[in-house]
Each structure stands twice: as structure tokens, then as C-alpha cells.
Design a protein around this ligand. Structure first.
Ligand SMILES: Cc1cc2nc3c(=O)[nH]c(=O)nc-3n(C[C@H](O)[C@H](O)[C@H](O)COP(=O)(O)O)c2cc1C
Length: 210
């Protein structure tokens, strides 16, 4: 089983709630399935560029004008995306760990999505229909937040965005565990609940057959 872990907290492990949550998930998962192959992408160590005009044209012009050949400059702008998309394509599971920032995902994670979720890298577009060209079966969000969130909380725009983006590329099985309330007096209790939730998730994933 190949798992791609994309992490978007700038804080060091000792301070980062989402990194500790992810570590608990992977500790349990590797305990249950020692053969698991995890690729870690810390976006603050491998930062994605913002999608620029050249990158946009390299990815989208062949869709708009079949047979379009990207220029050398346009081709050059695809380097990060091509390397990251290869890792995405080779994964069975994708784990996204991050804090909630301004009610959504950190900009560096959004930039990663804009690099990777592009046609001819992780899906093809045939007469407007998206056809996945990857093997990812499940996406898992491990997230942290300062406030306590309720189900479907409008202060959480991260969950619906990840779900919509993943579903667009054909990943419909999406689970999440939140250590929310981290800037409240309930922080410790909420973290304990989140740790239990990630252990359950790890058990679920370990039982998946590939
Ligand atoms: C720039 C910034 C924006 C934040 N925005 C929110 C927010 O919109 N809602 C929320 O509940 N917490 C917010 N927080 C708090 C973090 O989500 C919280 O501290 C989280 O535990 C940090 O995770 P980390 O330790 O993995 O980096 C914000 C923190 C920062 C630094």
C-alpha cells in the first residue's frame, strides 16, 4: 500500500497539532501494516509555486486546442506539478494534514492542489467528462483548528473544498479527523478525541485490500 502524506503546517512537530495527529495516524497504520510505503511531502520544505500563466497554458491549452504544443517556457513551468502528480498517481491513499487557516486550507496547500489537480497529469478530459488517471482510492484529512467546530460548520470551508476537489478527480471516499478547539480550554480533551479518531481511521485503512 502506497500512502502519500502532504503536510501543510509551518510549525515544528513539537508545536504542531496537525503534525502530531498525522504522526499518531501513521504510527498506528505502520504498526498494523508494516509493509506500508509512506511518502511524506512537507510543503514548507518543498513549496509549490503559484500556478502562473505559463503553467496555466501548459496544462489547459491542450484541452482548449487539441494538438497544442506548449512552448519551452510553458513546459519548464510544469516541473513541480509533474513530479508531485507522479507521486499522487502512484498512491493508493492520500493523507492531507494541515491547520484550519482563515476558515480554509493554508494557501500553500491550495497552491499544491492547483499544481497537481490538472488535466493530463491526474485525469483526462474527454468531451468534458473527467476520467481519473490515478489509483488513489481514499483521501484522509487530518486537521486542527482553534475553535470547536460543529458538524457542517460554515467556519470550516476546508472540508467542502477538499471533498469537492477530490470528487472532481474521482476520489469519492473521503474521511477526516479533527483536533479542533485547540485555542480553547477544551484543547486537551479535543486532542484526545482526535487521537482516538485517527486510530480508528488507521484501523479502517489497514483493512483495505489493494
Ligand atoms: C494564520 C492563522 C489563521 C487561523 N485561522 C483559524 C480559523 O479560521 N479558525 C480556527 O478555528 N482556527 C484558526 N487558526 C488556529 C489554528 O487552526 C490552530 O492553532 C491549529 O491548531 C494550528 O495547527 P498546527 O499546530 O498544526 O499548525 C488560525 C491560525 C493561524 C496561524
Amino acid at each position: 500500500m502506497n500512502v502519500l502524506h502532504v503536510c501543510a503546517s509551518p510549525r515544528p512537530f513539537q508545536e504542531s497539532v496537525s503534525k502530531q495527529l498525522a504522526a499518531a495516524f501513521f504510527a498506528k497504520l505502520t504498526e498494523l501494516n508494516p509493509d506500508i510505503n509512506v511518502i511524506n511531502v512537507d510543503l514548507y520544505h518543498s513549496p509549490p509555486p503559484f500556478l502562473n500563466y505559463e503553467g496555466y497554458r501548459a496544462f489547459w491549452m491542450p484541452i482548449k486546442q487539441p494538438g497544442y504544443q506548449p512552448t519551452a517556457a510553458e513546459q519548464k513551468a510544469t516541473g513541480y506539478a509533474v513530479a508531485q502528480a507522479q507521486q499522487f498517481r502512484d498512491s493508493d491513499i492520500i493523507v492531507l494534514s494541515m491547520p484550519l487557516w482563515n476558515c480554509g486550507m493554508p494557501a500553500i496547500m491550495k497552491a499544491w492542489f492547483e499544481q497537481v489537480m490538472v488535466p493530463n497529469l491526474v485525469f483526462t478530459l474527454e468531451e468534458g467528462a473527467v476520467r481519473p488517471s490515478h489509483q488513489v482510492r481514499k483521501a484522509i484529512v487530518l486537521a486542527s483548528a482553534g475553535i470547536v467546530l460543529k458538524e457542517g460548520d460554515p467556519a470550516d470551508a476546508l472540508t467542502p473544498q477538499v471533498e469537492a476537489a477530490m470528487k472532481y478527480v474521482g476520489v469519492t471516499d473521503i474521511a477526516s479527523a479533527w483536533a479542533d478547539g485547540q485555542d480553547t480550554p477544551q484543547a486537551e480533551d479535543r486532542m484526545l478525541m482526535a487521537m482516538e479518531a485517527v486510530e480508528d481511521l488507521a484501523e479502517e485503512v489497514a483493512q483495505m485490500k489493494f
